[in-house]
Design a protein around this ligand. Sequence first.
Ligand SMILES: [Zn+2]
Length: 324
Amino acid sequence: MTIFWLVYAFVIGICIGSFLNVVILRGLSGESIVLPPSHCTKCNHKLAWYDNIPLLSYIILAGKCRYCKEKISPQYPIVEFVTGIVFAGLYYKYGFNLNTIFIMAAASLCIVLAVTDLKEKVILDGHAYLLMLLGLLYNMFNLSAENSTKIIFWLFGMKITIYQSLIYSALGLLAGFFAMKAIAALSKLITRKDCFGEGDAYILGALGAFFGIVNVIVIFILSIFIWGGLAVPVFLYKWIKDKNYKMFSAIVLFIIAAALFAAGEFFNVFTSNLFHWFAYLLVASIGLYCCMLLVRSIKEGSKLHVIPYGPALVFGAFFVMFVL
Ligand SMILES: [Zn+2]
């Protein structure tokens, strides 16, 4: 029976994913979500219902428009499939209740935010505000049922009762927004370039409103590592292409040193404190040297800082949803 419901959640997920594709595309083009019926973006031919079946139509049509044979963007099946997997996963973890519906809605908005950021490097305010609102409502009614403590206070002679989770939510919103603003200002001060988009602060603020002050810190720290993990291969590829061997070897050296240090830590190689600190300082200095080279190359005009940050934040949010 569980398998049946998991498949059911997956199917609902790919249908929602199909709708998210419309939200993403029409959000970016400024078209209405409901008004114009689905059409091919190349030849404008109206699509029949059988051209619009999530996931299946793409496979049956072999990724090409039935009418003009234009390639259909792989964004469509990817978003549908990912949403399906996410919905099945959330159902598996949380079961089916009001709480899950809110988390699924938040996950859907996260997917939209990540894809528009990846595609066009923009985050639409409307999407972020909607996630904020969702987060505040979710915590106002304490749907996660984690911090069910009620707080009672008097305001102008009115007795007001709220859940503690709403306070965590409001604090999370502020902390997320201002942490991102601070990092953006700091990185601009160092590199004199805009390393973060306006939208990143709205995303982390919205995630803070949904997941609360504690989890938003987790998401923020995770996102730094995730972004690094995603960006480093892109950097390495670019440096090889540009024949920037100095930068390439510095980063490779750092990765090897960090891996050796972690292995040493794991196998208890560091028998003396002095040896341990020496190794740590060595790794940290190589890392610092890499950062200096990176900042210099961004100052000199390489576009290394334009890898969007939104998807890393969204990955962090998914970690909180699925693991914590
Ligand atoms: Zn077409």
